[in-house]
Write a protein of this length. Structure first.
Length: 295
């Protein structure tokens, strides 16, 4: 794993342990893993740079071959955004997130996807949800690209119904999950030795629910890109979700790490299957130009 860092152009000082202990530890770190996502990275980073709360950005290049790390570096420098870039050679999102979490020194941590857009108040909404008693994580609902009032109004209603019917499981994806860092680490963090399959966002929530509850809110959302997939569905089936819901609490570990894990392996859905192929060598959808890093 290689760590690079540069000073930011906008006065955001590079992270250091002393600063974190003296006050920055109360803030946010955003983890942004990516593999061959140059088509989307600049737009995603630009939306994060516009947040109304300060944060530390940790980018994790999971073996890209499309120059995405250069896109990330140039975009962060252009926006004056403090950042760290890690290179994680082990393939798969779980390994990438584990590498990023190791560098987190703040109270809050968010996992974001490189192909998603985040509204300006995303971290503020997350902070409010995590301030509630007993809430250790929160999940953002997904709105469509170019989300408008209509989509943002109806999606929370669907999410509310889902949480009423199945309250002890996750109903949002890893593109929109945030955590109290201490609770995430207490739950074991991201660990490819424990779980190196898809549904890492549901598996981590399975564990973190043992330490508290998940918060959802009508103003907490993000917009993943609409894109054609070249792999099998990574969802668990409705039947699998219902079985998990009906399983006694004492049996849920056995369900996840025995029954569900074996079914996912049979479907060849390892964490590395999250990698996309059709876009690996496509151009950038922004004005960013190629040219990664702690900034």
């Amino acid at each position: 794993m290689l760590l690079e860092n540069v000073a930011s152009a906008s006065g955001h000082a590079p992270w250091d342990g002393a600063a974190a202990e003296s006050g920055e530890s109360r803030g946010w770190t955003v983890l942004l893993p990516f593999f061959n996502e140059r088509r989307y990275l600049a737009r995603t980073i630009t939306s994060l740079a516009a947040q109304d709360r300060s944060f530390r950005l940790i980018l994790i290049d999971n073996g890209s071959t499309d120059g995405g790390a250069d896109i990330a570096r140039v975009t962060c420098r252009r926006l004056g955004l403090a950042f760290t870039l890690l290179r994680e050679a082990r393939p798969g999102k779980v390994a990438a997130l584990a590498a990023g979490l190791a560098g987190v020194r703040t109270r809050f941590v968010a996992t974001c996807d490189a192909d998603s857009w985040y509204p300006r108040d995303y971290l503020s909404q997350a902070t409010n949800l995590l301030a509630a008693d007993g809430v250790v994580a929160a999940g953002a609902f997904f709105a469509g690209e170019g989300a408008n009032g209509e989509s943002v109004r109806w999606m929370p209603q669907r999410l509310r119904l889902a949480t009423l019917f199945m309250p002890r499981q996750c109903h949002t994806g890893g593109a929109g999950q945030v955590f109290l860092t201490a609770s995430l680490r207490k739950a074991g963090g991201f660990d490819p030795a424990r779980w190196d399959l898809v549904l890492e966002d549901h598996e981590i929530m399975h564990r973190i629910l043992k330490t508290g509850s998940i918060g959802y809110g009508p103003g907490f959302w993000c917009a993943p890109a609409v894109r054609r997939r070249d792999r099998a569905s990574i969802r668990w089936t409705l039947g699998e979700r219902i079985l998990y819901h009906l399983a006694p609490a004492a049996w849920r570990d056995r369900f996840f790490y025995g029954f569900l894990a074996s079914r996912l392996r049979a479907r060849r859905l390892g964490s590395a299957r999250l990698r996309e192929n059709p876009y690996h060598h496509m151009g950038v959808l922004s004005d960013a130009t190629p040219r990664s890093v702690r900034g």
